[in-house]
Design a protein around this ligand. Structure first.
Ligand SMILES: [Zn+2]
Length: 124
């Protein structure tokens, strides 16, 4: 099965944060799996206008930036736009997030080898 690259940008992450939070910590009719008050955080996230809320507002409610970060798996930078490549993200999935610069660099690495191969194929 093919997994085409998926675009990652900050706004959809923010827009989906309350739903993702609920999906993570609300199971079988109860809040759990979190050391703090997961229900209170969900209520605060739900009270935000997620179409206009800033990343900082979300991070302040949660207490860290892990729910709004787009971290490139190549350069490790927190970027605004990236591509998610590989399996759909799940526990232990083979998924990587890459920024445009790291994608370009990966392309360069592959092309450096692929170009001579293509020429040798044409000569045959
Ligand atoms: Zn990168």
């Amino acid at each position: 099965m093919s997994n085409p690259p998926r675009l990652l940008t900050r706004r959809p992450l923010i827009q989906s944060v309350a739903a993702r939070w609920r999906q993570q910590y609300y199971r079988s009719g109860a809040w759990g799996g979190y050391t703090g008050d997961a229900r209170l955080i969900y209520e605060k996230l739900s009270a935000l206008n997620l179409d206009s809320a800033t990343r900082q507002e979300v991070d302040d409610i949660i207490g860290n930036s892990s729910w709004t970060v787009i971290q490139c798996g190549g350069c490790q930078r927190d970027v605004e736009v990236a591509a998610e490549v590989g399996e759909l993200p799940d526990w232990e999935s083979a998924t990587v997030i890459l920024c445009a610069e790291c994608i370009a660099l990966a392309g360069k690495v592959v092309r450096a080898v692929a170009r001579p191969l293509r020429k040798s194929i044409k000569r045959c």
